[in-house]
Design a protein around this ligand. Sequence first.
Ligand SMILES: Cc1ncc(COP(=O)(O)O)c(C=O)c1O
Length: 398
Amino acid sequence: MTNQDYANLCSKYLMPTYRSAPVAFVRGEGAYLWDADGNRYLDFLAGIAVCSTGHCHPRVVEAIRAQAGTLLHTSNLYCIPLAGELARKLTEVSFADRCFLANSGAEANEAAIKLTRRWAEKHGRPGRVIITAENSFHGRTLATVTATGQEKYRKHFVPLPPGFRYVPYNDIEALRAACEDGQVCAVMLEPIQAEGGVVVPDEDYLPAVRGLCDELGILLILDEVQTGLGRTGRWFAYQHYDIEPDIMTLAKALGSGVPIGACLAREEVAQAFEPGDHASTFGGNYLACAAALATLEVMQDEGLVERAARMGEYLLGRLREMVAPGGLICGARGKGLLVAALLSKPRAREIERACRERGLLLNAVAEDKLRLAPPLIIGEPEVEEALAILGQVLAEIQ
Ligand SMILES: Cc1ncc(COP(=O)(O)O)c(C=O)c1O
């Protein structure tokens, strides 16, 4: 079967929700992928910030293999030892005291929304409104697409659940004004807006949001589904800003590609949930937890968080060197290995396609922004290889 055969198969039988490129990957190793036609690609997208340990890291693969041959699933009706271990590990590296395990980013955010509402109910908060930011992205379920501050994702799916309100990102006064009616119980933000184009807020924004939440006695939920787990050069992006949230959500990189999500909270907030309030058949199952535990071990043993910080600086610096008067790249921004190249013209899709055709995967996160989110295992040679391809593409299409 060729790439085209697989493209035909997928477009005939899958629901048409994705505009997939006619490329079918059949194997991966480290920062590289191979397609069905035998072409090799340098992966600077990593499954959209998922494959942080690289494709098929031997230790992650071995943990999955061993667990698959031992026990795959029981139910949360019984204790799952690996779920307990994973939750402990996540609390050791973060602010949190407890964890609910889910299967995706949207599910982790659903858990955060439900936990917030339950907390508000128990604490006699009159309001149930959760404020999110314009241009945010929190998922595709009905509640999380409603939390998502982008009309284009919501408009075809009315009626949507009530209780969400949107404010401009990086604008503390707008947030304060939106809280004035006393109906708000939480603010939910990405510490860096990833799908929104890798928007890094001002240094004092998140501390000011934290301060406002404390003043009003409302919760701060940080969606670190994309920014968490080393991606930005710290374990969690909130650590860049010297604050702590009350609730944080994770997914993407947690299982190195095995679906898993997590909603973490500090003790007093986590205690709002009671048995029966929330659940998931697969959440925290043996296989996913084995993959996540191995992922966290690899991250620690190989120093991937520090590596992301170091390589992120390098990548950002090299991208900025590509900025030239009249050129297509007019800037670069990001933290760690979550980076966007800013374009002077809306040609990101064309560049994405041309790079792919030359063996480099990156993504047009907006018409005029290219997102680079490589595996955290990369070194300078991979950065140089990627930027050489990007440079060639820019020279050709300019
Ligand atoms: C910040 C953020 N939150 C939530 C999600 C949704 O995660 P999932 O696709 O696993 O449901 C994403 C996905 O891109 C994301 O970037």
